[in-house]
Design a protein around this ligand. Sequence first.
Ligand code: ATP
Length: 242
Amino acid sequence: MLEVRALRKSFGGRPVLGGLDLDLPRGGCLALAGPSGCGKSTLLHLLAGLVPPDGGTMRMEGREVPSLRGRCALMAQDDRLLPWMDLLDNALLPVRMRGEDPRRREGEARELLDRFGLGEFLRYPPGSVSGGMRQRCALARTLLWGCPLVLLDEPLSALDAFTRRTLQEEVLRLQGEWGRTLLWVTHDLEEALRVGDRVWVLGPGMEVRERLVPPGPKPRPADGELAALRERAFRALEGSRG
Ligand SMILES: Nc1ncnc2c1ncn2[C@@H]1O[C@H](COP(=O)(O)OP(=O)(O)OP(=O)(O)O)[C@@H](O)[C@H]1O
């Protein structure tokens, strides 16, 4: 589906991406885990066309493209919900922005928000719900773009451990049902190992220090079976924090 070659980006002469290659086959989930500041968000912004690269190429379905703008949905770290709209209308924003009648997708949006535990809060404005609830609404909005490729930047970071686990399962279920391809960025190695078909452990400059293929069906149990991979991933990260 996506081939990225030698993607480079510097800010003020300081390299953040030093020539990254990335292949995403259709379906499945590549989880990227790395320390704060290593360039994970920058990668997603480059892919989504929010920031221009200094060099490199992107091919989507075999065709070279300047970015994936319009071809992917990005959930940024900042939820960007509109304060004057309730959660349901926020979730339906992509439908409005595409010029479609939001009433035609309202059932789908309601169902999605319900699956994300927001069924009771559809008419609440973002300012009156918790950060974790806002984040879940932003996740629903991202999925309602209907794009086959979804870029998730720390999508569950504001959630407590229990809700986080539930949402990991829900997102993976949706991915299977809707046949989406996910690029899932997280600080949390446990999360990466639970949700990724492949897991890349990144260091500074987005150097790929480990490429892991966790065993078993997803979402995987957090304990026991993954302990060896978790240790390997932690060792890869050692010394990479500035
Ligand atoms: N617009 C920008 N101008 C200047 N520097 C930037 C800009 N965007 C990102 N950077 C720098 O690029 C580096 C990588 O930032 P980025 O946000 O991509 O890291 P990250 O891995 O996503 O971090 P985190 O996990 O904390 O979100 C940081 O040093 C950051 O300060």
